[in-house]
Design a protein around this ligand. Structure first.
Ligand SMILES: Nc1ncnc2c1ncn2[C@@H]1O[C@H](COP(=O)(O)OP(=O)(O)OP(=O)(O)O)[C@@H](O)[C@H]1O
Ligand SMILES: [Mg+2]
Length: 269
């Protein structure tokens, strides 16, 4: 199982949209996908038709009783309208977690261990994160193989991006783990100078960590979230849907290249 976490401390940059739209495209393959909603607002959980106020077995139960629950989370997963896709849901109670967990020491690997318990049943995992640094984001960073950082292509977002990359370096140090990250420029409007300039600046600052393409601004994303289906279902040929299809293929390509490289090193070891 390959796990991607979608993170950015800045709100409204397209994290949940990224998770759900990639999920929609993966659902059209035979691959099994686990979606993990670590956001106390439960946007992904709501999107998939569940009420975060009514979730009784989800991420929160994992934290309230890790020894009991992290050994096998299979019974806590919910089916979704997307083919071959299951949800580890968020409940509103998650909002109290940071206060309850104090410094969070020793709690950073709970999600990672939980996901490992079902790793042989899924090809991919996607973790949607809240827009803040806390115990949940730290768990996501510890549990993933690859980070996706959606960043809106406007000037203000660049500041947020600097903060995110700095936070990442700090957390990685404490976790003793280095995870590759890729910035995904979102809501790109090729007609505006602000978008064009922000994208150029992103590339100047982060070079090879910026995905070579963009997610364009597309009003159909809002229609899809209103309808509670991924854009790949509502309008498969729309610009936004096609852009996420390309992103998914790029990500699968990275994983395959990494696997080949691993095999090569094993062969010659
Ligand atoms: N490429 C896009 N073009 C137009 N609208 C978009 C695009 N991506 C996302 N949106 C819309 O922007 C809003 C915020 O997106 P989303 O919920 O995915 O952001 P988020 O980063 O998950 O936010 P939060 O930090 O609050 O969880 C949503 O209404 C979504 O439909
Ligand atoms: Mg979100």
């Amino acid at each position: 199982m390959k796990t991607w976490a979608v993170v950015n401390q800045k709100g409204g940059v397209g994290k949940t949209t990224t998770a759900i739209t990639i999920a929609g495209h993966l659902g059209k393959t035979e691959k099994r996908l686990l979606l993990v909603d670590l956001d106390p607002h439960g946007s992904l959980t709501s999107y998939l038709g569940y009420d975060p106020d009514e979730i009784s077995t989800g991420i929160y139960s994992l934290f309230s009783n890790p020894t009991e629950n992290e050994r096998d989370i299979a019974k806590m997963l919910l089916p979704t309208p997307i083919k071959n896709t299951y949800l580890f849901a968020a409940s509103s109670a998650l909002a109290t977690l940071d206060r309850q967990m104090g410094t969070g020491v020793g709690k950073g690997l709970i999600v990672s261990r939980a996901i490992q318990s079902v790793a042989d049943r899924f090809s991919y995992g996607i973790i949607d994160c809240p827009p803040m640094l806390g115990i949940l984001m730290i768990n996501a960073l510890a549990a993933c193989d690859q980070l996706l950082i959606p960043a809106q292509t406007d000037y203000l977002s660049l500041k947020g991006l600097d903060r995110m990359v700095h936070t990442l370096a700090m957390v990685e140090k404490s976790l003793h783990k280095k995870t590759p990250y890729m910035i995904v420029p979102t809501m790109y409007d090729k007609r505006t100078k602000a978008s064009i300039d922000a994208l150029q600046e992103m590339k100047n600052r982060y070079r090879f960590n910026v995905w070579g393409s963009v997610i364009p601004i597309d009003t159909k994303f809002r229609d899809a979230s209103k309808a509670g289906v991924p854009l790949s279902e509502l309008a498969p040929g729309s610009r936004g849907s096609v852009a996420y299809y390309n992103l998914l293929n790029f990500l699968i390509g990275i994983n395959e290249r990494n696997d080949d490289a691993k095999q090569d090193t094993q062969q010659f070891a």
